[in-house]
Each structure stands twice: as structure tokens, then as C-alpha cells.
Design a protein. Structure first.
Lengths: 601, 413
């Protein structure tokens, strides 16, 4: 396609404001998907996305649009996730585009990620088309929200398109606006090919599939290609476009978005952010690539069955192709043996990674409680970065422990300011500022330790504001705090995977709650098991899991031995999900108990 | 497909032989016959058995189908039949004539050993004196009566259709009708049950002078009303510690009353053990007839279609015998290889609290040494104090192991 007829754009918004639904309508209007294949949020193809109704992965699709000017345009759309934990997906998608549709729910208005994603798009110099969505709803306030967009973002309210992604009303105007407002790509059609890898996945037959945006030149199936950073040379197995399924074509030219099936079976040679060029007379200078995402929380991932360690390593490697924000390194635990310390952008990200590993790679994973990255300053001046409480050195060598603090922004109706203030104070946060967005809504700014933020802060914020508040955060600074390591001893042995770093003032409360939680979670064993929480040598709390006296046997009724055996097998399988620590069987939930210390249960 | 072992039928000393080629499994000396009667008047709140209400109009056709099924399967039986057990459901809903007819047909089709044990499960209040006399005359010589509890509150919770007075009357009538072998079923570990209501139930049972007692700790089965109540929080979950207190008290009490425990849930006066159930626990073969019945014969475990009407239809449509031990009612069958048989032998045999699993018997049956096959498992269980080894080289549960049977059996699966 001639470069002037190409339009590349992302759809960005706060979570649930209707990006994927809008993508559905665009795919329909352009005839990209037949009525028969249409389903709601068709681009949310992963089971997990469909079950949870949220987008996790950005996905690209090519559409052909016959515009009112009589020309046919090639449009490459990238639907992006709205959840803050997946903002790395958004930022990479934006780099493959010249424009963005900024969608705002007309019943909600501008929310935390509306702004966060908008700023990302502006940093990339993208053309923004603002769209107010869900105008079909009775509570919609499209004019007000359009005005809010003008006031806060500076786009003319009159240019804001008012649509319903559900009914399709006015969606055709978006396509026209894309043609008129978003510039075509700029690359040089005659230069040596350069394509940016913005995403990838692994295919058992075709090897690593690189998703690319061609920045200069043309790539054809016959070219030998070179990955500039890894220097791997490949003859593509296939190149193609997403429509939205993978469809092979002969070439991808300047400005276009598509994929290259590299045939590479080793995952490391093809990295997101690398530049693809042709071998021989290829480009000299790679494209800028991406900044690696900075993980916020870390957790140990261990195979429930120690024999699956290699499978877990392979799975992480492959999943990393499809989740560029994922980082990990091997780790050993006395309690859990060999596993990995994995870094995530947030707790939701962690949950999704664990589920994807279990579903897509058929693994059973035991995750330890998430931790943040501490800076430990030793007396000799050395500074250590600690991702895991068990790595904390001997307290006598430590001169200072610093923990990460975040700057957070909360958008909320003013009625909830009180409860939010209470919550932040309880979590050791500090007030920064409050601004009115309109007569009823405010933007609150605070600083808060990340360790507090990852423990149920978001859930509490949501429940305390009936779901109305939205949250965005970014790293602020490291601050020295009075922190201590809380050890947990099961059957008198310290369990490294249960240790946590807590504020000195909270050690007693947290230790007591953790012990009583664990007492409930650890099933009764054949003998009594003491559980203790300790700081240094001082035991702060203790409880005993009483010995099991009796189990219930199914009546072996009418000689149904098979059922009996099945029940026993099930019982045994259930036990496999338990981790043997010393002689004690500890369930997965125990390692996550730390996250629920404030629950009433 | 399955070799008939008829020529070895009458080898009574087979089980006492001690050396065997590895591949051979000694043919059994006898067979048990289980007959399932899947009809009840109403369903009890804890019950997940294969039984149906409102289908009593099918009973007579069902009984004819049972005879027909036996006629297909029975002639190929690998050993003579020692016991017949009518279980349910509520077998006492079946007219005695139909029971008599079945037993008579059984005598024609298979070889019945002399003095067979023939048990029928009866619910209190479903039988009068003449019915009991007719059953006795038909050949039934053992009654298993579903007493469950003497506490009115517990019986109501179970939605049983009788009170303790009905049990007393049924036992008395049965004695008068000539039943010399009567068993009572009791349930303990019930939500809300206290040690004293349990003591009251057990004393009331003993006052009826039974020959045999089965005491089941209540298991909460999926899909039962009781399970839903517990899930909703309307009913407390059974408390295993309290159940342990109850069974420990019962143990002392029953011994003082002249009863002996021979299986985890079963106690009897000397010589009154259930021969039919011993057959299961010794991992010996049995045929299962009827809807939702289970059988184990010719190294095959199998089960039959659940719905009575479907069972009847299948059997009525069956024209000729199938490969033994299956009939047209069979829906699942699984060949049991030597390894599985040995595993099952442990799971079943260790339930026998007195005799346990004898190394000599194990060798005679499977041609393998018990300690070679399960050495590691047995050692761990011995170390945990859950099993013991007797001077005559048997393994069996310790008193503590009797309460933790699942732990023990799970070691072998
Ligand atoms: N009534 C109405 N509902 C809409 C409209 N657009 C989207 N929705 C609903 O809003 C919910 C969220 O829509 P999605 O399209 O999944 O939102 P999203 O922005 O892609 O969400 P994430 O990808 O998770 O950030 C769904 O229940 C949609 O059916 C609209 O125009 N009108
Ligand atoms: S009588 Fe027995 S089989 Fe019938 S419903 Fe009650 S417990 Fe179940
Ligand atoms: Mg979406």
C-alpha cells in the first residue's frame, strides 16, 4: 500500500471505558470480520481475557477502509489494555502508531489512566482523537465530559466525537476523523528495511513470531533477515498480517504492521524492542527500541512439583515473548527448593502471569507473597538491592533500610474524600494535594510506601468508594524507614518463603495476625505443629496446629472399591498441592496469607 | 475371553498354599453375590446412594430383571456362592415373594455353598411380623436394620421415617420371626450431636441385643441436602475431634459389652461378623447385580447403569450371555492387573482391624512378598505409629491408625 494511504493508531482509555467494544464496531464497519465470526470484544482472544472481561494483551489488526474521499485506506488498529499493570503494553503499541483514539466513558469522565495513557501518547507526539463513549446510557453526560476534556486536556470540545460503541452510533465518524487527522507514517520506502519488534509469541511449529511495525523499506518472504541486537539471521518461515487472525502475505512495506514467523526455536534470539533488517546490505543503525519495564513487585514462583523446574523455566522464557514486562531470575529457597524470583508491574500482573503459566503451560505453581525492592545500606557503605525478605543480611551489618515510595493520584467523587484519607493514613501515606476537577470530582495526590500499596490498597479503595475512585501511581523515591524482618517458624524451623519485611511499629500486629491466619490455613497433621512469628530472637506470637485425630472414611457401600480408590487418589492429589516443609504440609494459600492480614476472616 | 476356572472350583486349600509361580493368582474358593435394590420411600438428607423415590411401581419388573441378569451371568461363575446380600436403597420394600423367588432361582443357577449367609437391609417400620416371617422362610437369615440414632432430633435432621420405638419393635418382631442374626447401623460424628446423645444411642442399640453393629462416621456427600446446609452455614460441619471422642468411648463400651471390632466401622459378637462384607475386605470376588451395582470377578471391576428403568430395559433387551462377569447393564469395567489387585488388597485388607493383611496370605494370592512390594509404604506407616506388625507377620492398624484410615490407605494408591 502506498504510504500516504496508511493510518496506524491505538485505542487507549481508562479500564472498561469501551476500547475493545469500539474496536468491534470498527472491525465490523470496515468489513474486516464477518457477522458470523463477530463476538463481543472479539480482540480479547485469550480465555483469561474473556473470562475476566478485561484486555491483557495489546492486539493489532489490519482493516481496509473505503473513505468518503473515494480512496481506500489501510488502517492498522491496536487495541490496548486499560489496567495500570499493563501500561507497558500501551507504551509499546503507541510507538508503532501515528495517532491514538482516546476513549472516555461518558458516564464516568476522565479517570486516572485516561490521563496516564494520554500523556504517554503525547510523549510520542501522537495525534489524539478524543471520543466520548457510551452515549446510549441514560446516565451519559457527553457534553459535560467533552467540556471536561477541553478543560483538562486542551482539545476543543466541539471536536470530541460522541459515540456509542455498543449501538454503533457515530462510529463511522471516527473512521473519517482517522483519515483526516492522523498523519500517514513517515518512513523511507527506499531505505534498507527496518522494522521494530513490538510484541511476539511462541508457536510450536513456526517458532518465535515477531510482531513488527515496518519503519523503512520493505520486507519480503524471500529476504534473509537479521535481528540487529542478537545478530541472529533468519529466513522467515512466513510473513503476514493480523486480520485479526494471522494471514500470510508476500511482503510488508514501509509503515505497515504485521508479523514475521522467524522459525527461531531459541527464544532468546528474538527480543521485543529489537530491529529487524535485511542481511547483507541492511540498515546500519537500529531503531531506538524500548526502555525495559521496571518491575514494582517481586515474588518467588516455584513448581509445586520439584521435578517441573525445567518446565517452569521453559514456560517463563516463552511467556516472556508474549509479555515483555516480565523479568525473572533463578532463586533457591530452603523451604521450596529451586524456583524463580519474578518481577511484575503490579499484583494483577502477577496474578495473570501465574494463571497464564498454569493454563498455557499446564504447570502447577506455588507463589510466595509479593515483596518490593528494598535498598539496604551496610555499615561499610555498600548498598544492596533486596527483592526478597530472605535475602536481608544480618541486622548487625545494616546501617539503614530504604523502601520505595510511590506518588499516587486518585480521582474520586468528593463524597469519598474522608474514607480515602483514612485509608491512606492507615497505610502510612502522606497527603500532597487536592484539586477539584469539576464541582463534584477531585484529584487527590499522596505519597505512600509501595509495600502498603501492593497489599490490598486497590481493593480497599474500590470498596470504600463504591467503585468510583480510580488510581494511578508511579515511583517517587527511596526513603529510610525503621524496617525489620519478621520470621515465621513452622515446627520450629524458620521458613524463608514466609518471611516478610515490616515496619517496626507493625511487627507485633502483623506477626500475631499472620500466625493466626497460618494456624487456620495449615491442615492438621499427624502430630502437633507449633507456628511462631519472631523478630530476631524474640518470638512475638505463637499458636499450635493440633494433631489430627480422625479422618472420615467413605462408607464402602455395595463394594464400590473404585470410588473409594478415586477418593483416596483425589485426597493424594490435593496433597500434591501442598508443599512439604520439613515434615509439615503447607498449602499454597499460606504463602499468600501475608496479603490478607487485614481481613476479618 | 476370561478363562473359566470351574475345574478349580472345589480346591478348598488353594488359599493356604504358600509357594506360587509369580504370574498365577489363586482361584477363589467362593463368591459373594450383591443385589442392589434402588428404591426408597423418601430420601434421607445425608444420602448419596444410588436410590430413587416414587418408582416403587417398578419393583416387581425390576426383580424379574434381576433374575434374568443372574441367569446370564451366574452360570459362568468361577466359584460357588457363599453369601447373598440385598442392599439398597430399601430392600425391605420388596415383597417377600419376590425375594423368595430370587433366592430360589439363585439356587438353580449357581452353586450355593451349604449354610449361605443371606442378608437383607431393612428400614424400621417398613416390615411387619408376617413380612419378616416370609423373608425368613424365603431363606434370608440375617437382617441389617437402619437404626442410625436413638435421638429424635438427629433422626429428624436425617429425615428418617422412623423413631427409636420403631426400631425396637422391628428388632423384636424379627426375633420372633426367627432371625438369629441381626445387625444395627448407627451414625456418629453428626453436626450438633454430643457425646451424651451418642452414648444414649449406643446404649439404646445395645439394649436391643443385636449380634452385630455398624457405626459409620457421617461423611458429607456432594449433592445431598446436608451438604447444602453446611455450605450455606445453616448447619455446622461435622467436628472430627468430637467424632474421635465418640468412637473412642464406643470402643471401650463395646468391649465391655462383649463385642469385638473386626473392621474399622464394624463390631460383632464372636462369630457374628458379616461374612459377606468380610469377602469384600479380603479382596475376594463378588458379583454385583441390579442398577448401580458394583462387582469384582474374573479380575474385572465393573459397575452397572444407575437408573432402574434403564437397567430393566437393558436386561429385558439382552438376548444372550456376554463375556463374564458383565451383563447388558454394565456401563464401566476395568481390568485389574496384579499391581492394582495388590494395592486394592492393602486398602481393603487393612480395614480388617483384627486380621489385617497376612504376609502369608498375600504371598499365596499374588506370589509376591508383601514387604518387597510395599516395604517403603509400610515402613513409613509403622514409623508414624499408624500400623503394627504382629508376631505371625500380619500388618494391621493400630488403635490410632483406625481413626486415620484415609492416611493409611492413601499411602498405597
Ligand atoms: N452501554 C454501553 N456499554 C458499553 C459501550 N462500550 C462498551 N460498553 C461496555 O463496557 C464494558 C467494558 O467494555 P470493554 O470494551 O471491554 O472495555 P475496555 O476499555 O476494552 O476494557 P479493558 O480492555 O479491560 O481496559 C463492557 O461491558 C461493554 O459491553 C457503550 O457504548 N455503551
Ligand atoms: S433409606 Fe438408606 S438408601 Fe434410602 S434414602 Fe435413606 S439412607 Fe439412602
Ligand atoms: Mg479491552
Amino acid at each position: 500500500m502506498e504510504i500516504s494511504k496508511i493510518r496506524n493508531f491505538s485505542i487507549i482509555a481508562h479500564i472498561d471505558h469501551g476500547k475493545s467494544t469500539l474496536a468491534d464496531r470498527l472491525l465490523q464497519l470496515t468489513g474486516t470480520i464477518s457477522e458470523r465470526d463477530m463476538q463481543e470484544q472479539v480482540l480479547d482472544a485469550m480465555d483469561l481475557e474473556r473470562e475476566r472481561g478485561v484486555t491483557i494483551k495489546a492486539s493489532a489488526v489490519r482493516m481496509q477502509y473505503a473513505a468518503q474521499d473515494g480512496e481506500t485506506y489501510e488502517m492498522n488498529l491496536i487495541d490496548t489494555p486499560g489496567h495500570v499493570d499493563f501500561s507497558y503494553e500501551v507504551s509499546r503499541a503507541l510507538q508503532a502508531c501515528e495517532g491514538a483514539l482516546l476513549v472516555v466513558d461518558s458516564t464516568q469522565g476522565i479517570e486516572a489512566q485516561t490521563l496516564a495513557n494520554l500523556y504517554m501518547a503525547l510523549e510520542q507526539d501522537l495525534e489524539i482523537i478524543a471520543v466520548v463513549n457510551k452515549t446510549d446510557l441514560p446516565a451519559a453526560r457527553p457534553d459535560e465530559i467533552a467540556q471536561e476534556i477541553e478543560d483538562l486536556i486542551g482539545l476543543d470540545a466541539a471536536d470530541v466525537l460522541q459515540v456509542s460503541a455498543k449501538t454503533g452510533a457515530n462510529v463511522d465518524r471516527i473512521l473519517e476523523a482517522i483519515v483526516r487527522k492522523i498523519p500517514p507514517p513517515k518512513g523511507d520506502p527506499d531505505a534498507p528495511a527496518r522494522a521494530l519488534i513490538f510484541d511476539s509469541h511462541y508457536d510450536a511449529y513456526k517458532g518465535v513470531i515477531a510482531y513488527v511495525r515496518v519503519v523503512d523499506g520493505t520486507i519480503t518472504k524471500a529476504d534473509t533477515l537479521r535481528l540487529m541486537a542478537s545478530r541472529a539471521e533468519i529466513l522467515p518461515v512466513e510473513i503476514g498480517i493480523f486480520n485479526p487472525n494471522m494471514q500470510p502475505i508476500d511482503s510488508l512495506s514501509v509503515g505497515e504492521v504485521g508479523y514475521i514467523a522467524t522459525g527461531l526455536k531459541t527464544v532468546r534470539e528474538c527480543r521485543v524492542g529489537d530491529t529487524v533488517t535485511v542481511a547483507g546490505h541492511g540498515a546500519q543503525k537500529p531503531l531506538p527500541g524500548y526502555k525495559q519495564a521496571k518491575p514494582m513487585v517481586f515474588a518467588g514462583f516455584y513448581p509445586s512439583d520439584n521435578d517441573d523446574y525445567d518446565d517452569l523455566r521453559d514456560a517463563l522464557e516463552k511467556l516472556q515473548l508474549n509479555d515483555a514486562s516480565l523479568i525473572y531470575e533463578p532463586e533457591t529457597s530452603q523451604a521450596l527448593n529451586f524456583g524463580f524470583r519474578v518481577g511484575f508491574l503490579g499484583l494483577f500482573h502477577m496474578e495473570i502471569v501465574q494463571e497464564r503459566l498454569e493454563r498455557e503451560y499446564d504447570l502447577d505453581i506455588l507463589a510466595t507473597a509479593p515483596s518490593v525492592e528494598y535498598q539496604v545500606v551496610l555499615h561499610d557503605g555498600e548498598v544492596l538491592n533486596i527483592h526478597s525478605p530472605s535475602d536481608l543480611p544480618d541486622p548487625s551489618t545494616i546501617s539503614e533500610i530504604r523502601e520505595p515510595w510511590m506518588a499516587i493520584e486518585i480521582f474520586t467523587p468528593e463524597d469519598y474524600i474522608g474514607p480515602i484519607m483514612d485509608l491512606v493514613t492507615k497505610k502510612r501515606g502522606e497527603y500532597v494535594s487536592m484539586d477539584y476537577l469539576d464541582s463534584k470530582r477531585v484529584q487527590l495526590k499522596y505519597k505512600i510506601p509501595l509495600a502498603e500499596l501492593i497489599v490490598d490498597f486497590y481493593d480497599r479503595l474500590k470498596s470504600g468508594t463504591k467503585g468510583y475512585a480510580s488510581l494511578d501511581y508511579h515511583f517517587d523515591s527511596y526513603r529510610p524507614e525503621k524496617l525489620v524482618k519478621l520470621d515465621v517458624l513452622v515446627n520450629k524451623h524458620p521458613v524463608d518463603a514466609l518471611a516478610m519485611i515490616v515496619h517496626e511499629d507493625e511487627a507485633y500486629r502483623k506477626g500475631t495476625r499472620l500466625v493466626s491466619k497460618l494456624k487456620r490455613l495449615i491442615p492438621r497433621q499427624l502430630y502437633e505443629v507449633p507456628i511462631q512469628a519472631a523478630v530476631g530472637k524474640t518470638v512475638i506470637s505463637r499458636a499450635n496446629v493440633k494433631a489430627l485425630r480422625k479422618d472420615v472414611l467413605a462408607k464402602c457401600y455395595g463394594g464400590d472399591v473404585t470410588r473409594k480408590k478415586k477418593l483416596l487418589e483425589k485426597q493424594k492429589k490435593g496433597k500434591k498441592r501442598l508443599k512439604m516443609i520439613g515434615n509439615v504440609e503447607v498449602p499454597q494459600e499460606a504463602f499468600m496469607a501475608v496479603l490478607r492480614l487485614d481481613d476479618d476472616g | 475371553m476370561f478363562p473359566q476356572l470351574a475345574q478349580q472350583r472345589d480346591n478348598p486349600c488353594a488359599r493356604t498354599m504358600t509357594t506360587q509361580p509369580t504370574s498365577m493368582i489363586t482361584p477363589p474358593a467362593s463368591l459373594a453375590l450383591y443385589v442392589h435394590i434402588p428404591f426408597c420411600q423418601t430420601r434421607c438428607t445425608y444420602c448419596a446412594f444410588n436410590t430413587y423415590t416414587g418408582q416403587n411401581n417398578l419393583i416387581l419388573r425390576y426383580m424379574r430383571a434381576l433374575e434374568r441378569e443372574l441367569a446370564f451371568v451366574g452360570p459362568q461363575a468361577e466359584a460357588p456362592v457363599a453369601t447373598i446380600y440385598f442392599g439398597g436403597g430399601t430392600p425391605s420394600l420388596v415383597p417377600p415373594d419376590a425375594i423368595r423367588s430370587f433366592i430360589r432361582r439363585a439356587g438353580e443357577i449357581v452353586t450355593l455353598l451349604p449354610d449361605p449367609e443371606i442378608t437383607l437391609e431393612a428400614n424400621p417400620g417398613t416390615v411387619d411380623e408376617s413380612t419378616l416371617r416370609d423373608l425368613r422362610r424365603a431363606g434370608v437369615n440375617r437382617l441389617s436394620i437402619g437404626m442410625q440414632s436413638a435421638d429424635a432430633g438427629e433422626l429428624r435432621l436425617f429425615a428418617r421415617r422412623h423413631d427409636v420405638e420403631d426400631v425396637r419393635r422391628t428388632v423384636a418382631l424379627a426375633r420372633r420371626a426367627g432371625f438369629a442374626n441381626i445387625s444395627l447401623d448407627l451414625i456418629y460424628g453428626v453436626p450438633g450431636q454430643s457425646l451424651s446423645t451418642w452414648q444414649h444411642s449406643l446404649r439404646a442399640a445395645l439394649a436391643m441385643n443385636p449380634d452385630h453393629l455398624s457405626m459409620y462416621s457421617l461423611g458429607i456427600e456432594d449433592g445431598t441436602p446436608m451438604q447444602r446446609w453446611i455450605e450455606r452455614g445453616a448447619l455446622a460441619a461435622p467436628n472430627p475431634d468430637r467424632a474421635a471422642d465418640m468412637i473412642e468411648w464406643a470402643t471401650g463400651y463395646l468391649v465391655a459389652q462383649g463385642f469385638a471390632q473386626y473392621e474399622i466401622s464394624n463390631w460383632s459378637r464372636p462369630g457374628r461378623e458379616s461374612r459377606h462384607n468380610l469377602h469384600y475386605w479380603r479382596n475376594l470376588p463378588y458379583l454385583g447385580l441390579g442398577a448401580g451395582a458394583h462387582g469384582y470377578a474374573a479380575r474385572t471391576r465393573y459397575s452397572t447403569v444407575l437408573l432402574p428403568a434403564e437397567y430393566i430395559a437393558r436386561i429385558e433387551a439382552q438376548g444372550a450371555p456376554l463375556a463374564y462377569p458383565l451383563s447388558a447393564a454394565a456401563v464401566e469395567s476395568e481390568p485389574i492387573d496384579a499391581q492394582t489387585a495388590m494395592t486394592e488388597h492393602m486398602i481393603m485388607g487393612l480395614r480388617l482391624t483384627g486380621e489385617g493383611v497376612a504376609a502369608a496370605d498375600f504371598r499365596a494370592r499374588y506370589g509376591r512378598d508383601l514387604w518387597d512390594v510395599f516395604g517403603a509404604e509400610l515402613a513409613a506407616l509403622l514409623a508414624a505409629g499408624l500400623i503394627e506388625r504382629t508376631p505371625d507377620d500380619r500388618v494391621r492398624l493400630t488403635p490410632r491408625g483406625r481413626l486415620l484410615g484415609n492416611h493409611v490407605f492413601a499411602a498405597f494408591v
